[in-house]
Design a protein around this ligand. Structure first.
Ligand code: ATP
Ligand code: MG
Length: 700
């Protein structure tokens, strides 16, 4: 998550100099502006005191673009406070001085129930660092840490303030000041700026799009929708398709942004600005002029649409000629004006209108799209849209509508992509396999995973790419984590809870077990499972005498698991274990590892020790000595959490003896570890007065 700390500088001095009421009259409105800015980007305000506010983005509700949201909010705060400061100055009063600090990292949220509602407080270094960052900001400025910069570079304009000493941290850290919003919008544009990986696969989709284009060029307008999970390649497909278009086509483009649902018409405004050639630096007069000229050249008969376009672009003349108009009528005419312009364009040349990321669309833009969708049938128009599966629309039944469901890249395409990223050295084959397996062919995840491996120094490029250190575990890139977590968080509360429960149970969960572990009763449980199946989080498959539910992506399971608060996770592990004990009472020996796994992650230490010990014995009997050693070692370590007692000491002795036995087989009789473990066994035997038991151990 990303933490934002905004401090009203010297507010205590302010309070001292002014009488309390006057001071409040300055500080309170400033606080309100800051809180509103945080809320408008879905921030969670943890605290707002007389000194400032502390807000979280991406927690308790996950958002894939939490760092961007925090920066947008900070920029909005800065703007609002500056404007209010100027207002106050005009009245001869002084505004507040403020500083804002932002940091991204992982935190644990603590839940506090107070008077019927729940509050969250973050615990951890990441939140504290945001508070420290704030002290480094110049007055009226926004400062971010290197961790945040890593995720927002390109989306914002930043100034490097260099390494800076921070109280409480030994090494100086790099800090950056936020200048303003940057040129890039989404991760695809960022990738395009870094340099795109060679395009692979997607032959069928490209062929379908070309077919639709031919029909549209012949006057049979078409709608094509590409639907896929985040990062599968929707934007890339649009990009490749645009590059293939014959010269004489007009392309109009609009994007929705993830925090744009609340801003009406944002994508339409963008489409129009692009169409009229309006630049950020143009003043209102210039903007009006550009629009007027464009419409006059397109078709003088469309001149009457200009009032409506001006209204939309915030360029109305004063007095506003539409001021008296009924809002509903005005809205319809605005939509109609845009539609007429687009249809008129399609008379001049085939026209392609692209709307990306409809899952974030606002209501007004949606209305325009519906109007357009109804009107394309007999014009030279191709309406190209894309969205993630959670979105739906009402055009499915139109004869001129085609939906392309993009799947993740197959092994071959994913392999080809990795070859372009990493080269073809055979030494990298195991790593490539691991990346494909973990990302399941999602091209965005592949790119991010590879980038993270380079960032962490696991891979180095020295001419050719080389593995610098071996990898047992690949860390999940923050971008990927963000996408998956926000997808999970958009589920209705109970479904999310069920998904988390399943995540604790394991990659696969038999129905019989789910019924016992979940607190939801049937038939609601069945319904929720089919909902989770419909939204493609899990799938059902037959298992011995039962059905079982499996996570579609291992990564989703991992993220759902990590999204659980520690206490609840422990509780669920115990419930899962208890359910297994009763369901498999007759075949416990077949489930020792799972039981050991669940109990060792719960608070039930004695059960964990019991099953780890049994799992160790079973492994030893199978000659799986390494596995046995691990179980015994874990059991011995956990045992120390139990209160001291003669029974505990005896158990400790037994386990340590087992550890010694396994070490002798796996590492040798006189290696330091073995000698060490033997000494521990000796000490335990002396302590518990069980030297006879030890004889076994001394036999060698
Ligand atoms: N077929 C492909 N060949 C090579 N690279 C690809 C391919 N498809 C996608 N990529 C790369 O994978 C990354 C993610 O793709 P893209 O941005 O198109 O995903 P998306 O589906 O639009 O995701 P979102 O829903 O988040 O917008 C991009 O960097 C893109 O260049
Ligand atoms: Mg995209």
């Amino acid at each position: 998550m990303t933490a934002l700390f905004a401090d009203i500088k010297g507010s205590t001095e302010l309070m001292r100099d002014l009488d309390p009421e006057e001071a409040r009259a300055i500080v309170d409105p400033a606080l309100k502006l800051m809180i509103d800015a945080a809320h408008s980007y879905d921030g969670y305000v943890v605290q707002s005191t007389g000194d400032g506010i502390f807000a979280l983005f991406g927690a308790p509700v996950a958002h894939e673009d939490h760092p961007q949201r925090a920066l947008h909010a900070a920029i909005a705060m800065r703007g609002a406070l500056r404007r209010s400061g100027e207002e106050l100055k005009k009245q001869g009063r002084s505004g507040v001085e403020f500083r804002i600090g932002i940091n991204t990292g992982e935190v644990v949220l603590r839940m506090i129930h107070t008077g019927g509602h729940t509050e969250y407080t973050p615990v951890g270094h990441a939140a504290n660092l945001a508070a420290r960052m704030q002290t480094l900001a110049p007055a009226g400025g926004v400062v971010i840490s290197a961790d945040t910069r890593h995720l927002v570079e390109g989306y914002f304009e930043l100034r490097d303030l260099g390494p800076t000493e921070v109280k409480g941290i030994s090494e100086p850290i790099n800090v950056y000041e936020v200048v303003g919003a940057g040129p890039l919008r989404g991760h695809f544009e960022l990738a395009a700026r870094r340099g795109l990986t060679k395009f692979v696969g997607r032959e069928r989709e490209v062929a379908e799009m070309k077919r639709a284009l031919e029909l549209a060029r012949g006057g049979h307008g078409q709608i094509v929708a590409a639907v896929a999970e985040a990062g599968t390649g929707k934007s890339r497909l649009v990009y490749e398709f645009k590059a293939m278009l014959p010269g004489k086509c007009k392309v109009l483009e609009a994007y929705s942004v993830s925090h744009g649902k609340a801003s009406a018409y944002l994508p339409v405004l963008e489409l129009l600005s692009g169409y009229f050639g309006i630049e950020g630096t143009d003043d209102a007069g210039r903007r009006r002029e550009k629009a007027t000229v464009k419409i006059a050249t397109l078709d003088p008969a469309l001149e009457e649409t200009l009032h409506y376009l001006f209204a939309l672009l915030g360029l109305q003349a004063i007095p506003d000629p539409l001021a008296e108009m009924d809002q509903q009528i005005k809205r319809r005419r605005i939509l109609d004006a845009i539609k007429r312009i687009i249809l008129r364009e399609s008379l001049n040349q085939p026209t392609i209108v692209i709307f990306e990321d409809l899952h974030w669309i606002d209501g007004e833009t949606q209305a325009l799209l519906d109007v357009l969708a109804d009107g394309v049938a007999n014009v030279r128009l191709l309406l190209l849209v894309n969205y993630r599966p959670e979105y739906s629309h009402a055009w499915t039944n139109k004869s001129y509508y085609t939906q392309l469901r993009l799947a993740a890249l197959g092994r071959e395409s994913a392999g080809a992509m990795l070859s372009t990223l990493l080269g073809d050295c055979v030494e990298l084959d195991p790593l490539k396999r691991m990346v494909i397996e973990r990302t399941e062919g999602n091209p965005f995840f592949i790119e991010e995973m590879v980038q993270t491996l380079f960032d962490e120094g696991a891979l180095v490029r020295n001419g050719a790419v080389k593995v610098a250190r071996s990898l047992a575990q690949m860390r999940l890139p923050a971008t990927v984590q963000g996408i998956l977590a926000s997808r999970i968080d958009r589920l209705p509360g109970q479904q999310k809870e069920l998904l988390q429960t399943l995540a604790v149970m394991g990659r696969e969960s038999p129905m019989g077990l789910i019924r016992q572990v979940s607190t939801t009763e049937e038939p609601q449980l069945d319904r929720m499972l089919s909902d989770l199946q419909a939204s493609e989080f899990i799938y059902e498959q037959p298992a011995a005498g039962d059905v079982e539910y499996t996570f579609k992506h291992a990564l989703t399971q991992e993220v759902a698991y990590n999204s659980l608060l520690v206490e609840r996770r422990k509780g669920l592990h115990e419930r899962a274990a208890v359910a297994m004990e009763s369901l498999y009472a007759e075949q416990l020996d077949d489930h020792l590892n799972e039981l050991a796994h669940h109990y060792s992650r719960s608070d039930n230490v004695s059960k964990a020790v019991e099953y780890l010990g049994r799992a160790g014995k079973a492994a030893e009997a199978r000659n799986a000595f390494k596995e046995a050693l691990e179980s015994y070692q874990q059991a011995a370590a956990l045992l120390t959490k139990l209160p001291e007692s003669p029974v505990r000491d005896l158990r400790g002795l037994e386990l340590t003896q087992s550890v010694v036995r396994m070490l002798e087989v796996t590492s040798g009789f006189s290696t330091p570890e073995t000698i060490d473990a033997r000494a521990r066994a000796q000490a335990l035997a002396e302590k518990s007065g069980n030297l006879t038991q030890l004889d076994d151990c001394k036999r060698y």
